[in-house]
Structures are given as structure tokens and as C-alpha cells.
Design a protein around this ligand. Structure first.
Ligand code: LLP
Length: 417
């Protein structure tokens, strides 16, 4: 049986559990996640790369709910983090420090120091200046920092421009051609161990050819560095595997492995292959449940107004991203086109425009699908809206994983100035 969301008797359910009951118990907007789906997705990665030593470092930015993180820890995952906050969340959830890799183009000194103090596995450095700063901090703290260098191979991931990272014009990584020079200088620095090369060319990649190309480029660079005597321990090929938001079935970890494994075949067997998937481990595991507040027509255009908004799920507003929107209970009503929008005072506050949708009525529940990644994690309090609650479905039960915020939460950090 495949885990996650499916219809029985016209009702969309999560691993057999009623979403209507979830909304009644916890209110809306509500994120609902399938623990079983995440486990299944993690195991699919593990199985696909079983032929080589590997580590799947979950990218916390996709969804950092502690309940999900603790389950990934139990499955043996590592963590890919990009801030001091994510470091704290990873440690709190129980990820062993040596399985944590710290990525990001702008780490502060305080963040580098926190990583050193925690004894994390690798720093994914993005500039020579960062390595120098890390060296100084590590030497001062009597530690050695293990560094992987993020390279920019100038390969087009054929994804949305906002989430393409491997092109020369993007801010990420260092020019692949300059990497050997840079690493020769880096290895001469105190308290630095050069552990490998990393690359992540983009997110939501459904065409995997660029991934294979990038893997070849990074493997080639690794071979050159090994020949020069660098004692490389790992090769990190980032995240980026896309999901099919239309629900028809996209690429899977096996397809990813078929691109990556041949590219790295010539490297020493003992080198650890590191991956940093976020979206593909959690996106289809989650929905955003919302209730229809109003349905109105303006000059022949129909608007379905939900109680969830762009502050809850930003992806459609920010990237014009497509998410399926389905009534939780299908009543067989006629379908017509509608703009599905939120209550936020912005024209950009929409979930879908001109979407063919069953004629829902005020009070109906709808599910915005594939919202497990970059949903809650990008949520805000805009319009002073408390962030939604998050619920985990596991073993046929609903478990509240984060309560809905209150007004008191929203003003907790304000002072009487
Ligand atoms: N590693 C690094 C260094 C990254 O920058 C990212 C994502 C990942 C791993 C995980 O990539 P994934 O497997 O999730 O594609 N907010 C956007 C996505 C931004 C991705 C940023 N970096 C969205 O909602 O589509």
C-alpha cells in the first residue's frame, strides 16, 4: 500500500484518517502530514543508493517541524542546515552532530562558531573568505573544521529562475574552474580539513539530465583533487529532486540514482556520497486544509475565498507555483472556473487562478495538495495572522505537532518602548 493521501467513498483521507475530523478537532488553516509517506520516501532514497556508501541529509528548510525531524533521525537521516536556527532545531531533534552539514552563502561568525561548538560533520563553504573566517574561529577554539567546497558548475537546472542556483550568474558556490586553486590555499590554513566538493544546482528539477552533468563535473573535480593528494572523504551532490505537483508521478530517487551513480563510479569506494533532499522527502506528505469562507462573483469571475492565505502557503504567490486544490468531500457538483484566493490584503494572495473546480460552498473543506515542503516553513504572520497548526498522522492517529499560534505569540517579543 502506498502511504499518504487517497480518496475513500468520495472523502480525501490521510493514511485512512479523516481530514474532516482533523479540521473539526484542530481548526483551519491546518497542515496535515503523513508520517508514513515521509518514511516511505526516505527508504526509497536509501534503497536507490544502497550500492554505495551514502548519507541522506534532509534539508530542514523544506519543513522543520520537530515531529518530522525526530522521525527522520530514527530512520538514520543526516541534516542539511542553513542557519543557526536550523542547527538548533537539528540538534534538538537528535540528529547526531557528525551527520549535520551546514550550507548557505552567508553564515555569520556566530553561526560558524555554533557549528564548531556542536562539532558538526561538515561546513559547506561558499567562498574563500568564509573558509578563512572558519579557520580563524576553529583555530581559536582548538578545533578542526571539516570543509566541503560548494562549486558552481554553470549548469542550467531547467527549473524556476528563483530556485536555480547552479548558473554562473547565481550567488551560490565558487566557479568550478577556480576551485583547485582555492582549495590548495584552503588546505594550508590552520584548523581546516578539506573533505570534499559539493554542488546543488537547483530545486524542483524534474528533468534529471542536468543533475547527471553536474555529478560528472563534481566527480571530475574530485578525481583531480585526489590525484593532487587531497584526502577527500565525501562528494555531496545536494538536493533538488522535483515532485510532480500535478500528481501524475514524477521522477523518483531511483531515476536520480541512475543519473548519479554512473557519474561517480570511478571514485574510491570509501568516499561517502552525500545528498541533501528536502522537497522530495516531504512535499507530497502534506496538505494545507482550509475552509471556504465565501464564494462570490465579480462580473462573471468567480472567487473562492479561503481562510488560508499567502502567509500560510507562499509558493503560488511567489513562484506562481501550481498546487492541486481539491474539495475534501467530493459531492459531484458541477465544476466551473474560479480564482481560489486567501483573505490577505494583496492581489498576489491566490492559490490558483482560473482553476476548474467543483462548485464548493461556504463551510466546505478544501485541501491544497503537496504542501508538506516549503509550506509552513515559509509561512509568516503577515496581516497579523497567527500561523497554522500542524498535525501528524501516524498509526491511524492524529497527533498535534505544533499548536496554532495565538495573538499572545505574535506580540511576545514586543517591548513597551
Ligand atoms: N541543499 C541546498 C544547498 C539547497 O539550497 C537546497 C534548497 C536543498 C539542498 C534542498 O533542495 P530540495 O531537495 O528541497 O529541492 N522555496 C522554494 C525552494 C527553495 C530551495 C532552496 N534550496 C520552493 O518553494 O520551491
Amino acid at each position: 500500500m502506498s502511504a499518504g493521501f487517497a480518496r475513500t467513498g468520495g472523502e480525501l483521507r490521510c493514511d485512512g484518517v479523516s481530514l474532516v475530523a482533523a479540521a473539526e478537532q484542530f481548526g483551519t488553516p491546518l497542515y496535515v502530514y503523513s508520517a508514513a509517506w515521509v518514511e516511505q520516501a526516505y527508504r526509497a532514497y536509501d534503497a536507490a543508493f544502497a550500492a554505495v556508501p551514502h548519507r541522506v541529509c534532509y534539508a530542514l528548510k523544506a519543513n522543520s517541524n520537530g515531529a518530522l525531524l525526530r522521525r527522520l533521525v530514527r530512520l538514520g537521516a543526516g541534516a542539511d542546515i542553513v542557519s543557526g536556527g536550523e542547527l538548533a532545531a537539528a540538534l534538538r531533534a537528535g540528529f547526531p552532530a557528525e551527520r549535520i552539514v551546514f550550507s548557505g552563502v552567508g553564515k555569520t561568525e556566530a553561526e560558524l562558531q555554533a557549528g564548531l561548538d556542536a562539532g558538526i560533520g561538515e561546513f559547506n563553504a561558499e567562498s574563500e573568505e568564509e573558509i578563512r573566517r572558519l579557520s580563524a574561529l576553529a583555530a581559536r577554539s582548538g578545533r578542526t573544521a571539516r570543509v566541503t567546497l560548494r562549486v558552481n558548475p554553470d549548469i542550467d537546472p531547467r527549473s524556476h529562475p528563483y530556485i536555480s542556483t547552479g548558473l554562473r550568474e547565481n550567488k551560490f558556490g565558487v566557479d568550478l574552474a577556480l576551485a583547485p586553486e582555492l582549495l590548495r590555499r584552503a588546505r594550508a590554513l590552520p584548523a581546516i580539513e578539506v573533505a570534499g566538493v559539493q554542488c546543488h544546482i537547483g530545486s524542483q528539477m524534474t528533468d534529471l539530465e542536468p543533475v547527471g552533468e553536474a555529478a560528472k563535473a563534481v566527480a571530475g573535480l574530485s578525481r583531480q583533487l585526489l590525484a593532487e593528494g587531497f584526502a577527500l572523504r565525501s562528494i555531496d551532490l545536494g538536493g533538488g529532486l522535483g515532485v510532480d505537483y500535478t500528481g501524475e508521478g514524477g521522477p523518483d530517487p531511483r531515476a536520480l540514482a541512475a543519473c548519479i551513480l554512473p557519474a561517480i563510479a570511478g571514485l574510491p569506494r570509501k568516499m561517502l556520497l552525500m545528498l541533501e533532499p528536502g522537497r522530495s522527502l516531504v512535499a507530497p506528505a502534506g496538505v494545507l486544509l482550509a475552509r471556504v469562507l465565501y464564494v462570490k462573483e465579480n462580473r462573471g469571475k468567480r472567487f473562492v475565498i479561503l481562510d488560508a492565505g499567502m502567509n500560510d502557503l507562499l509558493r503560488p504567490a511567489l513562484y506562481e507555483a501550481f498546487h492541486r486544490i481539491e474539495p475534501v468531500i467530493e459531492r459531484g457538483r458541477p465544476r466551473s472556473e474560479a480564482d481560489v484566493v486567501g483573505p490577505v490584503c494583496e492581489t498576489g494572495d491566490f492559490f490558483a487562478r482560473g482553476r476548474l473546480l467543483e462548485d464548493v460552498q461556504p463551510g466546505d473543506l478544501v485541501a491544497v495538495r503537496d504542501a508538506g515542503a516549503y509550506g509552513f516553513s515559509m509561512a509568516s504572520n503577515y496581516n497579523l495572522r497567527p500561523r497554522a497548526a500542524e498535525v501528524l498522522v501516524e498509526a491511524g492517529e492524529l497527533r498535534l505537532a505544533r499548536r496554532r499560534e495565538t495573538f499572545a505569540d505574535l506580540v511576545a517579543a514586543e517591548l513597551d518602548a
